[in-house]
Write a protein that binds this ligand. Structure first.
Ligand code: ZN
Length: 67
């Protein structure tokens, strides 16, 4: 049995399609990603990016009256 040949056919061994602009994580064909202002983001970085993008809307609960 040729182990090297078997691994070469494994889709997980394919080179990444792209890398996340924030964490550098590998993105493979078929993975979901977000292209925003020239950056490519993975799902785990989307939350941090959105928090920065919407920083002007950030509030601390209890420091102002509830809506
Ligand atoms: Zn990322």
């Amino acid at each position: 049995m040729n182990i090297r040949e078997k691994h070469h056919r494994d889709p997980q061994r394919r080179p990444p399609w792209a890398h996340c602009s924030l964490c550098g994580g590998e993105l493979y064909q078929g993975d979901e990603c977000w292209r925003i202002n020239g950056s490519t983001l993975c799902r785990s970085c989307l939350g941090d990016y959105a928090a920065d993008a919407f920083a002007a809307h950030r509030r601390i609960c209890g420091e102002e009256a509830p809506l």
